[in-house]
Design a protein around this ligand. Structure first.
Ligand code: SUG
Length: 448
């Protein structure tokens, strides 16, 4: 049976702004308080989705969330009408209003961890929503994420959904951003690779000193158990704490994998040789030939990787078996990274083409091409069971572009977040969106 890797991209929400909310994420911190352009952000994301669809990839779309999150503000003690809740939060606790307005759900690589049916004990595709509990503004995403994923992958015969792990730092889980899968064919059993930043219960594992390690070993192990993965089909590895302290807040900022290939920075992991050998051995037992490309620090320093997001790229398999790398403009702007990429192409390895996309609006908050997509490997039967409303088509692209142009502002500053009109605009847009994507009622304002 045919199988695919479907990329579901997060549609940027109407409140996209630069809140400076993510300590440890260099771009988020350094662009704090700048004016954002939500319309441009959403259109840049749609351009990437369309380009991949035009190249023949199956492309999906994941809906944004209701923001400001009035229910979250109410749970923190702000009362009254919705407009009063916003007004009071703006007056008494602006950082909480900013957090409740974040459009961070666009980075759907953090929405969930997904295991394809070929890897799981019950033969279903498993999803665990990420608790994202390292940052308050992200920790409020998972209830709606679960409802949206449930509406997209509703058929229980093929899809199993797990609620987010317990909402404590010991089970900090950032979803697919710290998870990669290696396989020969998407429909065959593969090796799932979980990368964690620290252990919550075992002090033998080192931890970063400056910035938080968001993903714990115990969270990764829990997800593997929930999904029914076998010992032979998983590898756990620790991120190098020194690179977390240089701004690598998720593993997908320093490594990306696809098929049988891992493309990573030399300094990405601890015990790299042992880890590569384990990946090689386990994939070989599944009939695959694991390969890796290590980018040397003397060609691309960690700082250049963090600034350019070289590794936050999408590594895609083309029909002829070769691979394509989707990178952000910032890679072309960095001479060392661009030179490295030219050399990589000239070397004639598995990566044959590099395509550049302008995702500046998202990049300025630390979200590159790979952050914006959630990968779901599906066979033909499973793909047919996905809600067809969320699969990109030329006409859906046109509809969503018109929808963005109709509803989104082209500038948003912190002071605009206190405008109660923004909440109404957002709800009107999202109500229409649930009809366009045929999701049913998924947002708090539609349910309560
Ligand atoms: O969690 N930025 C996100 C970026 C997530 C990137 N995702 C992956 N690497 N997969 C984060 O730090 C910034 C929001 C602000 O500052 O307004 C933010 O949440």
């Amino acid at each position: 049976m045919k199988s695919f890797e479907v990329n579901f991209d997060g549609l940027v929400g109407p409140t996209h702004n630069y809140g400076g909310l993510s300590f440890g994420n260099v771009a988020s911190q350094s662009n704090s308080q700048q004016a954002s352009n939500p319309r441009e952000a959403a259109l840049q994301g749609l351009e990437k989705m369309k380009a991949l669809m035009d190249m023949g990839f199956v492309q999906g779309v994941l809906a944004p969330q209701e923001r400001p999150d009035v229910a979250a503000l109410r749970s923190l003690g702000f009362a009254g009408t919705d407009a009063q809740v916003i007004e009071r939060a703006a007056k008494e606790a602006m950082p909480l209003l900013v957090a409740s307005c974040s459009a961070s759900s666009m980075w759907v690589a953090n929405a969930a961890t997904v295991s394809p049916s070929a890897d799981t004990a019950d033969g279903r595709v498993h999803f665990t929503a990420a608790n994202l509990n390292c940052k308050y503004h992200r920790s409020i995403e998972h209830p709606t994420t679960s409802r949206v994923l449930g509406a997209m992958f509703a058929d229980q015969q093929h899809f199993a959904h797990h609620a987010a792990l317990p909402a404590v730092a010991q089970f900090g889980d950032e979803g697919a951003a710290n998870h990669t899968r290696f396989c020969r064919e998407y429909g065959e059993a593969g090796v799932e690779f979980f990368v964690f930043g620290r252990s919550a219960f075992d002090s033998r594992y080192p931890a970063p000193q400056k910035y938080p390690a968001r993903q714990t070993l115990e969270a990764s192990q829990a997800v593997a158990r929930l999904h029914g993965l076998s010992e032979a089909g998983v590898v756990f590895a620790q991120q190098n704490p020194a690179v977390i302290d240089q701004g690598v807040f998720h593993n997908d900022v320093i490594a990306v994998g696809n098929g049988e290939l891992l493309f990573h920075h030399q300094d990405a992991f601890l015990n790299t040789e042992q880890m590569l050998a384990e990946l090689h051995g386990k994939l070989a037992a599944r009939g695959g030939n694991f390969q890796s490309i290590s980018v040397p620090r003397d060609q691309v320093a960690v700082e250049d990787a963090v600034r350019s997001y070289l590794f936050n790229s999408q590594l895609l398999s083309r029909a002829d078996g070769s691979m394509l790398l989707i990178v952000p403009e910032e890679c072309r702007a960095n001479p060392r990274v661009w030179q490295y990429l030219q050399g990589l192409l000239a070397a004639g390895g598995p990566i044959r083409e590099v395509k550049v996309f302008d995702l500046k609006q998202s990049m300025q908050n630390g979200g590159g091409p790979a952050c914006l997509r959630l990968r779901v490997a599906l066979n033909e039967t499973e793909l047919a069971a996905v809600n067809p409303g969320v699969i990109m088509t030329p006409s859906l692209y046109d509809t969503l572009t018109a929808w963005v142009n109709k509803h989104y502002r082209d500038a948003l500053r912190e002071s605009d977040l206190a405008d109660p009109q923004l909440l109404l605009e957002c709800r009107t847009a999202l109500d229409e969106l649930t009809q366009i994507l045929k999701l049913g009622a998924v947002y708090p304002f539609q349910i309560n």
